[in-house]
Design a protein around this ligand. Structure first.
Ligand code: HEM
Length: 228
């Protein structure tokens, strides 16, 4: 006698009928998958902050840690703004809707890095000298552009929760379209401060133009589908 099948614990389905009766393999549905992917996405987006903390605490930020923190957080804020803007073009081009589920998280991380960026400048760089902040906003054009981006992004971050989406209805979408202007002002902020000395701002400008072109293309082609 086959010892494997005679053993009640180890027994395998013997006939085709028994095989079809075997428990169907459970597949994760989209919501369950998101339940797994969202914490992972959260941790990934927190990685730059963890890296910054690590380099700060281990004294690896070089002779100008304040400048390093300002630049690092500014770059990550910009990257997340552009990533947030890329999600709808990804949906339009690749017909994938799941990345849109990360839109709020990406937007809030952009704002988180931006707050660190501005806090470093106001608190550590200028020592809470609000008069100096005010005159910088008025007199240094790259700070004016950054400030404009911040003023636009602030209400977007505040209204990003579900309750506000419900409360504002159609106005919510109209309000959140201002993110394009905020992204443009952010890139201009970087271009003006770099004064053509580095190539990175041009790369960000290129990415922004591509993303805006895709949106425009689909808005002209299929006005109803490009609305999201
Ligand atoms: C009130 C608003 C803002 C203020 C006061 C501010 C201030 C600054 C300052 C002082 C610097 C360093 C300049 C230097 O290196 O000489 C900087 C760099 C930078 N900021 Fe801002 N910023 C603001 C908003 C923004 C926004 C909205 C973004 C993008 C989301 C941004 C992205 C950047 C980037 C990418 C850099 C350059 C990083 C690098 O050189 O690697 N900033 N900002």
């Amino acid at each position: 006698m086959n010892t494997l099948t005679s053993n009640p614990v180890l027994s395998l389905p013997e006939t085709k009928k028994q095989m079809t009766k075997a428990k169907p393999r459970r597949r994760l549905n989209a919501n369950q998958l998101m339940w797994l992917l969202k914490p992972l996405g959260f941790l990934l987006m927190l990685l730059p902050f963890a890296y910054l903390l690590f380099t700060l605490l281990t004294g690896q930020l070089g002779p100008n840690p304040i400048d390093e923190i300002t630049d690092f957080t500014g770059e990550w804020a910009l990257r997340f703004i552009l990533l947030g803007l890329a999600l709808t073009p990804i949906k339009l081009v690749f017909k994938q809707t799941w990345p849109l589920r990360f839109r709020r998280m990406v937007g809030l991380f952009a704002f988180f890095y931006l707050m660190l960026h501005i806090a470093t400048y106001v608190a550590l760089d200028l020592g809470f000298d609000l008069a100096a902040v005010f005159s910088d906003v008025l007199e240094r054009r790259y700070i004016t552009a950054g400030f404009l981006a911040f003023i636009i992004l602030l209400p977007l971050a505040i209204t990003s929760n579900r309750a506000m989406v419900k409360r504002l209805g159609k106005k919510w979408q109209a309000l959140h379209r201002w993110v394009y202007l905020a992204a443009t002002a952010s890139v201009v902020h970087y271009i003006w401060l770099a004064r053509g000395e580095v190539w990175e701002p041009k790369v960000y400008l290129g990415i922004l133009l591509v993303l805006l072109s895709v949106r425009l293309f689909y808005a002209i082609k299929k006005p109803t589908r490009a609305k999201r």
